[in-house]
Design a protein around this ligand. Structure first.
Ligand code: IMP
Ligand code: MG
Length: 179
């Protein structure tokens, strides 16, 4: 694929086009809206991978809400999960008694989510639900499976729309698999 954003790297294929993503994010926004009829809602994005997804998603949720982020350590330069998850940035927002929608780019083993939810539950929120753009369906015994899922992910390493490989390719407007 001849895309000047790729620094000469070759993509195997585009798995999801920008239009496909936009369409599904609109639907997810409606699903989220319908699931939280009224009252408080705090959308918590997991950085960095969810930054584009969160910004598109919240603009499709037609109800009051607030946005914050948290940062956990990621894969680094590897393309497989090491299982190590560390909270690097704590949300500033008060979490006690809040309805939290945790937004994740992609669920692979589910370790990141499980760990983050454990930490968040200590703050005693009113509820925690997960919205994931992509789900690889490798996570078997999650206490909190994602309630909202954009797409079933192919079993490939994906980049774009926030997803990185060694911090590259987050800015691709589509989602593609790496060669
Ligand atoms: P898990 O903890 O194994 O569920 O991994 C989830 C995290 O790993 C995600 O938040 C991503 O940052 C990263 N990840 C998993 N699969 C991919 C992929 O295909 N491309 C880019 N990042 C991925
Ligand atoms: Mg990542």
């Amino acid at each position: 694929m001849n895309d000047p954003r790729l620094q000469g790297r070759v993509l195997k294929r585009v798995a999801l086009s920008a239009d496909q993503i936009a369409q599904r994010v609109r639907e997810l926004g409606e699903e989220v809206c319908a699931a939280y009829p009224e009252g408080d809602l705090l959308v918590l994005g997991l950085l960095k991978g969810s930054f584009i997804f969160v910004s598109d998603l919240v603009r499709q949720v037609r109800r009051p809400l607030q946005v914050d982020f948290l940062v956990v350590s990621s894969y680094g330069n590897e393309t497989v999960s090491s299982g190590h998850v560390r909270l690097v940035y704590d949300p500033q927002a008060e979490l006690t008694g809040r309805h939290i929608l945790l937004v994740e780019d992609i669920v692979d083993s589910g370790r990141t989510l499980s760990r983050v939810i454990e930490v968040l539950e200590e703050r005693q929120p009113a509820s925690i639900e997960v919205c994931a753009l992509l789900d690889k369906h490798h996570a078997t015994h999650l206490k909190h499976p994602a309630r909202f899922v954009g797409f079933d992910a192919p079993d490939e390493f994906l980049v774009g729309y926030g997803l990185d490989h060694a911090e590259n390719f987050r800015h691709l407007p589509y989602i593609a698999s790496l060669e």
